[in-house]
Design a protein around this ligand. Structure first.
Ligand code: NAP
Length: 286
C-alpha cells in the first residue's frame, strides 16, 4: 500500500506533493486535469485514475482543492474519496473551506471507518515549495500523530487546534486579516502616489517602521511593477473573505472592515482579475 495519496495539484498541491516525493515517500496522485500529474510522475509518484482509487490504495490521502464546492465534489462524487476511504485509513483535507463543509466530510469519513483531519495551510506558493507552510490541523489526534512525518516535509509549524472546524476557523481568521491589510495597503499606496509621492519611497518608509511585514514587501514590489504573477489567486482570497464573513454572521461578530474589503475583492473579480495574484486588487482601487 502506498504511503501517501495526494489529490489536487494546483499551485499549492503540486509543490506540497513534490516535497513528499522528494523526501522518498511513496506517493499516489490524482488531479481533475490529468496533465498536472505529469511532473509529479516524472519525480517518481504514481498516478491514480480517481480520488476513490487514491483513498483505497493509500494509508493517508491528502487533498488541497480550490473551495468548498471542489472539496465536496472530490469527496462525494461517484468516483470520490468517500467510495474508497475506510479501514482506519486517513483523509486529510488541506483546502481552505468553511467549518460546515469540513464537519460534514469528517462525519462521512468516520461513518465509513476512516480517520479525518482538516489541515488548511497558511503561506503561499514559495513556502509550499520550500516546505515552510504553517499547517492548521484539527480533528482526529491519532491521524495527526501519524501524519507528522509528512507535515515535517511540507511545513515549518503544524499546531494541533482541537476538534474539526477549529483549523478552518483559524485559517479564515488569518486570511480575513490578510485581505483587510491588503486593501488598506493598496488604498494607502494609491493615495500616496496620487498626492505626488514616489511609490518606492512609500514602500521603503512603511518597511522601515512598525507596519513592516513580508506581505507588504513582496506584494508592494508586485504592485509597483504592475506584474501580478499568481502566487495566491485573487478568486481564492475573495472566497476566504466570503467564508469569514459568513462565520461572522453565524456568530454575531461585527466585521465592518472585512465586509468593506470583501466588496473591493468582488469588484476586482468583476473587473476580470480573478486568476491574477490577490495583490491585483490594487487595480480595483487605484
Ligand atoms: P489552484 O491553483 O486554483 O488549484 C485548485 C485545485 O483544485 C486544482 O487542483 C483544481 O483542479 C482543483 N479543483 C477545482 N475545482 C475542482 C472540482 N470541482 N473538482 C476537482 N478538482 C477541482 O489553487 P491553490 O492556490 O493551489 O489553492 C488550493 C487551496 O489552498 C484553496 O482552498 C486556497 O484557498 C488554499 N490556499 C492557497 C494559497 C496560495 O497562496 N495559493 C495559500 C494558502 C491556502 P484543476 O487543476 O483540474 O483545475
Amino acid at each position: 500500500m502506498a504511503k501517501y495519496g495526494f489529490i489536487g495539484l494546483g499551485i499549492m498541491g503540486s509543490a506540497m506533493a513534490a516535497n513528499l516525493v522528494k523526501a522518498g515517500f511513496g506517493v499516489t496522485v490524482w488531479n481533475r486535469t490529468p496533465a498536472k500529474c505529469t511532473p509529479l510522475v516524472e519525480l517518481g509518484a504514481s498516478q491514480a485514475k480517481s480520488p476513490r482509487e487514491v483513498a483505497t490504495e493509500c494509508e493517508i490521502t491528502f487533498a488541497i482543492l480550490a473551495d468548498p464546492t471542489a472539496a465536496r465534489e472530490v469527496f462525494y462524487g461517484p468516483e470520490g474519496v468517500q467510495a474508497g476511504i475506510g479501514d482506519g485509513r486517513g483523509y486529510i483535507d488541506m483546502s481552505t473551506v468553511d467549518s460546515d463543509t469540513s464537519a460534514a466530510i469528517a462525519t462521512a469519513v468516520e461513518d465509513a471507518g476512516g480517520l479525518f483531519l482538516e489541515a488548511p495551510v497558511s503561506g503561499t506558493k514559495k513556502p509550499a515549495e520550500d516546505g515552510t507552510l504553517i499547517i492548521l490541523a484539527a480533528g482526529d489526534r491519532s491521524l495527526y500523530d501519524q501524519a507528522v512525518p509528512a507535515f515535517e516535509k511540507m511545513g515549518k509549524l503544524f499546531p494541533f487546534l482541537g476538534k474539526a472546524g477549529q483549523g478552518a476557523h483559524m485559517k479564515l481568521v488569518v486570511n480575513m486579516i490578510m485581505g483587510g491589510m491588503m486593501t488598506a495597503f493598496c488604498e494607502g499606496l494609491s493615495l500616496g502616489q496620487k498626492s505626488g509621492l514616489d511609490g518606492q519611497q512609500i514602500l521603503e518608509i512603511l518597511m522601515a517602521g512598525a507596519l513592516a511585514n513580508p506581505m507588504f514587501g513582496s506584494k508592494g514590489t508586485m504592485i509597483l511593477q504592475q506584474e501580478f504573477r499568481t502566487s495566491f489567486p485573487l478568486k481564492h482570497m475573495q472566497k476566504d473573505m466570503r467564508l469569514a464573513i459568513a462565520l461572522g454572521d453565524q456568530l454575531g461578530q461585527p466585521l465592518a472592515s472585512a465586509a468593506a474589503a470583501n466588496e473591493t475583492f468582488k469588484r476586482a473579480r468583476n473587473l476580470g482579475f480573478s486568476e491574477e495574484d490577490f495583490a491585483a486588487v490594487f487595480k480595483a482601487i487605484t
